[in-house]
Design a protein around this ligand. Structure first.
Ligand SMILES: [Zn+2]
Length: 488
């Protein structure tokens, strides 16, 4: 694999880079932290640290943080222990019983300038794994055929371990930083409940206030053995849920009536399933398709270039939406029925039947508009649509002109053999939207080069990460962090 060989090359390049950023006076053996041998030749060499990070990742997988209940405190303590061995003091931030975040800081000066600080973010919780559908123990961190298997290897413990490695590599290099670098591991990202980042920010913002951040959200997309493009998340869709509630007469199933709640619900859900919201091109999605067009075959590329045209735009939207569920979801609000609840016995017609609609809105669109549209479509007085509380909040997109975006783009392109770097609007939600609402230029990039086949296992069965991709990602992330925090 191409990028496996590149690990060796770029580790050398990385060392050279850091040596180049070092003021001459600093190019002497640094004073290392407790227990860390002072060894200037190790500066920035992530080849060694990626092997250590594989052990951290395995340990992190083995701590079961299935959310709910999350139990992230155990992970927070583990991370604090790894940092302590490096002489880095961290702080465990209590959010709810058994649920904590952990934060640590490498200082650039006695007084931090939060507007310049860089925050490395990853979440510690994972989604549930159905053991019966896995070929290995989801919490065993089994290594097989060059992959590490386990719930969270991609989402998001891989990034957590990579952040830890980049942060520790910077500490070991003992370089003068031009901005504070903050490590933050969050809780309750997958469930967004009692211990999520919103609550963490409300309680502890001053502990990790930053002007820039890197988090999950974007990916390095591999195809046919090479990196096709790097998608840096700069914006995300907003999640909400709607309850579809059908009510009718409850009674004996031997004498059905026309107002059966199950039938009315099924009809409503069927109509909603066929609905397509209007296209709304955001500036980031526009840039994404412009950048992707030359990489696709001529036919698809042509339609990507036509998206915004008056005469062919509508047809282009249809072609692209039909070609990929991801593209469809980038172009419009989507509504997915996800849960059905009805009935208590085989022979009882229930008085009520419910469906959950999971809605993903483009930033700027409102749930009220969608509810009004769907109510018109369903057009049934027996069916009501109720918006569930705790929907996400739309955040402004992160700038594509910031210094940090430029560094991410430059390093990613260099590390992945000139692959294009495109801004990406994720159809999924991340902790970054809350950061953007606090004026953070937040970007998403899981730095591991992954195929669609790897990516679709996220939240699915046999989630796994190629170890070569993990090592490469650490290299890339460490360089991004070092270039931004050392030279600028
Ligand atoms: Zn995640």
């Amino acid at each position: 694999m191409i990028w496996y060989r590149m690990v060796r090359v770029s580790a050398v390049a990385f060392t050279a880079l850091l040596a180049a950023c070092l003021p001459v006076a600093a190019q002497v053996a640094p004073s290392a932290g407790p227990g860390i041998p002072a060894n200037p030749t190790r500066q920035g060499d992530t080849t060694g640290i990626s092997k250590e990070a594989e052990i951290w990742l395995a340990d992190l997988i083995k701590i079961n943080t299935t959310n709910p209940p999350g139990n992230e405190q155990a992970t927070a303590k583990y991370v604090a222990g790894v940092l302590e061995k490096e002489g880095i003091t961290s702080e465990i931030l209590e959010i709810a019983p058994g649920r904590s975040a952990v934060v640590a800081r490498l200082r650039s000066a006695a007084m931090a300038d939060p507007s310049k600080s860089l925050l490395l973010v990853a979440h510690m919780d994972v989604v549930a794994a159905d053991k019966s559908r896995w070929t290995v123990d989801p919490f065993g961190a089994v290594i097989k055929d060059g992959y590490m298997y386990g719930r969270g290897t991609i989402d998001d413990k891989g990034m957590l371990a990579a952040n830890l490695a980049a942060f520790i590599a910077l500490k070991r290099a003992n370089l003068h930083l031009t901005r504070d670098v903050i490590f933050l591991a969050t809780a309750d990202e997958e469930n967004g409940g009692e211990a999520n980042i919103k609550i963490l920010i409300a309680k502890y913002w001053d502990k990790f206030a930053a002007g820039f951040s890197i988090n999950e959200g974007g990916n390095v997309f591999m195809k046919n053995g090479k990196v096709m493009y790097v998608g840096v998340q700069a914006s995300e869709k907003v999640a909400a849920n709607i309850d579809v509630v059908a009510r009718g007469t409850a009674g004996h199933a031997s004498q059905p009536t026309k107002d059966n709640a199950v039938v009315h619900l099924a009809t409503a859900v069927s109509k909603i399933g066929g609905y397509s919201a209007p296209v709304h091109l955001t500036s980031i999605v526009r840039r994404y398709f412009e950048g992707l067009a030359p990489l696709e075959d001529d036919e698809i590329g042509k339609w990507m270039r036509s998206l915004d045209t008056a005469d062919r735009g509508e047809h282009a939207q249809k072609v692209l939406s039909g070609a990929s569920p991801l593209w469809n979801a980038m172009l419009r609000d989507t509504i997915a029925p996800t849960m059905l609840t009805a009935g208590v016995a085989n022979n009882v017609i229930p008085g009520e039947a419910r469906a959950n609609l999971n809605v993903r809105m483009l930033p700027g669109d409102t749930i009220e508009t969608i509810v009004a549209e769907l109510a018109k479509l369903v057009d049934d007085p027996q069916v009501k649509l109720e918006v569930k509380p705790n929907g996400g909040l739309a955040a402004p997109p992160s700038s594509l002109e910031s210094d940090f975006y430029a560094v991410i783009s430059k390093v990613a392109s260099q590390e992945f053999a000139g692959a294009p770097v495109l801004p990406f609007q994720s159809t999924w939600a991340t902790d970054s939207s809350q950061l953007r609402l606090h004026n953070v230029q937040a970007y998403g990039l899981v730095p591991f080069p992954l195929t669609d086949e790897d990516l679709k296992r996220m939240h699915g069965d046999d989630e796994r990460i190629p170890l070569a991709a993990f090592d490469k990602g650490i290299d890339v992330l460490a360089r991004i962090v070092a270039e931004f925090a050392v030279t600028r």
